[in-house]
Design a protein around this ligand. Structure first.
Ligand code: FAD
Ligand code: NAD
Length: 402
């Protein structure tokens, strides 16, 4: 009898968690599993702000996928997904077409620009290893160009970070640690570097604990960050950004604009003509597409609502990994024809936001942390995600040890 074929799209947190759990749960005679990913490596999206600022080498944030897979259980295909045709149970890849019995969509998110003019063309985003490398290279280029223009220049080297959410704040933490080194390397006077964070809400990290937010503001201000809260980016050009505060508009000249003001789902979801909201599928209680119960959607491509809440959970690695594990359990039950599937329940352990290598703020199991203890907790979390996917060998290979 033909074995059922499970196809997993994306080897990020959700996809790799599904794959590594499935290979433990099912035998080679029970199922065929294919994992598809654009690259032959996984990257820690949650460390990309470090690679972007150049405080961590980009090779440190990625690792090869194949050594983590049992070759007899999982076939790895390095290819790019173009579209899913749910009606014929096919996945169209750039170089191939796959058919499936069960599909797990874990393709991650993309930057949300809300249609703001010029962002796609002129701003940078912290999205994957390549965009992170581009940011760091661009920083170096602009610093060296600034020196070339001469130390007597009256201009300022202005770096704008759009969005004071967790990504923007974590990047600012790394950036402000790196700037003294960039200045030294490129003979730039630190007094001529200006770092601005533009945040549309009245506060950065909207919704997070106000005392911890104040701590983050103080730390970053002490390192030279100017906050423009209640201010939205309206346009980006080659020469800078237009910001608006109420009716008042202003232009800030800048050649370095990092757009970190939100994520949407994946354009593959739109291309596949699923019912979706900004590239995300509102999944049922078992993380399935409401239209096709052989398709599971997890991570940044999924919308999951807490019981009795109108707001979806924010897209995080934490929830993506829990979803991956849950889908692996569900698939094991389905393959073994067991009934009574268990609905997914998110176990929110909290959030820790780094402010550079040695500082952070966090709420973990309801407990407030700041400074060194929060920073240690952040590294424990980073190592834990390596451990959950690749065990102790991966922690030793890629882990962060204080
Ligand atoms: P991803 O981990 O993004 O993986 C998607 C995978 O799919 C990638 O391997 C990608 O290459 C592949 N892929 C995409 N498109 C295609 C295609 N067309 N064909 C083939 N392959 C494709 N969350 C936390 O919980 N804690 C944190 O501390 C945290 N820090 C963050 C810091 C930063 C700078 C950023 C940007 C995000 C952070 N997040 C954090 C959010 C978290 O990274 C995401 O929610 C998480 O990565 C989503 O996991 P995922 O499995 O859905 O997608
Ligand atoms: P976000 O949506 O959490 O924050 C984006 C911020 O940009 C918001 O504060 C928003 O008000 C602001 N904004 C939107 N439009 C703007 C505009 N035109 N001008 C200026 N500001 C504007 O997005 P994010 O920070 O990229 O985070 C994405 C997801 O990843 C979130 O779910 C977040 O929780 C998660 N994340 C978690 C961590 C962590 O746990 N340490 C770190 C990074 C990201």
């Amino acid at each position: 009898m033909k074995r059922p074929h499970i196809v997993i799209l994306g080897a990020g947190y959700g996809g790799l968690m599904t794959a590594t759990r499935l290979q433990k749960k099912l035998g080679t005679d029970e199922v065929d599993i294919t994992l598809v990913n654009k690259n032959d490596y996984h990257y820690e999206t949650t460390w990309l702000h470090e690679a972007s600022a150049g405080t961590l080498h980009h090779d440190k944030v990625r690792y090869d996928i194949q050594p983590l897979l049992h070759k007899r259980k999982i076939t790895f295909v390095q290819d790019t997904v173009i579209r899913v045709n749910a009606k014929t149970k096919e996945v169209l890849l750039e170089r191939n077409t796959l058919t499936y019995d069960y599909l797990v969509v874990a393709l991650g998110g993309e930057p949300e620009t809300f249609g703001i003019q010029g962002l796609n063309e002129f701003a940078f985003s912290i999205t994957n290893v390549q965009t992170a490398r581009k940011i760091y290279q661009h920083l170096n280029y602009e610093f060296s160009k600034f020196t070339e223009d001469g130390p007597t220049s009256k201009d300022l080297l202005t770096i704008v970070v759009g969005g004071g959410g967790f990504t923007g704040i974590e990047f600012l933490g790394e950036l402000t640690n790196k700037i003294p080194h960039l200045c030294k390397e490129h003979d730039v006077n630190p007094a001529q570097v200006r770092v601005i964070c533009v945040e549309a809400s009245p506060t950065i990290l909207p919704g997070f604990d106000p005392e911890l937010v104040s701590y983050a503001v103080e730390v970053l201000q002490s390192k030279g960050v100017e906050f423009k809260t209640g201010t939205a980016i309206k346009q980006c050009t080659e020469d800078g950004i237009t910001i608006a505060q109420g009716e008042q508009e202003a232009f800030i000249p800048s050649k370095i604009v990092i757009w970190a003001a939100g994520v949407r789902g994946n354009s593959i979801i739109d291309a596949s003509e699923f019912e979706s909201v900004r590239g995300k599928i509102k999944v049922d209680g078992y993380l399935r597409s409401p239209e096709y119960n052989d398709i599971f959607v997890i991570g940044d491509c999924s919308l999951v609502f807490a019981k009795d809440s109108e707001r979806p959970y924010p897209p995080t690695a934490q929830i993506a990994m829990q979803q991956g594990e849950h889908v692996a359990n569900t698939l094991q039950q389905l393959i073994r024809e067991k009934e009574n599937l268990t609905p997914f329940v998110f176990d929110n352990k909290g959030t820790v936001c780094s402010l550079g290598h040695k500082d952070a703020i966090g709420l973990v199991y309801g407990k407030k942390l700041k400074g060194k203890p929060a920073s240690i907790m952040k590294k424990i979390i980073d190592n834990r995600s390596l451990f959950l996917i690749g065990g102790i060998p991966l922690v030793f290979k890629k882990g962060k040890f204080f």
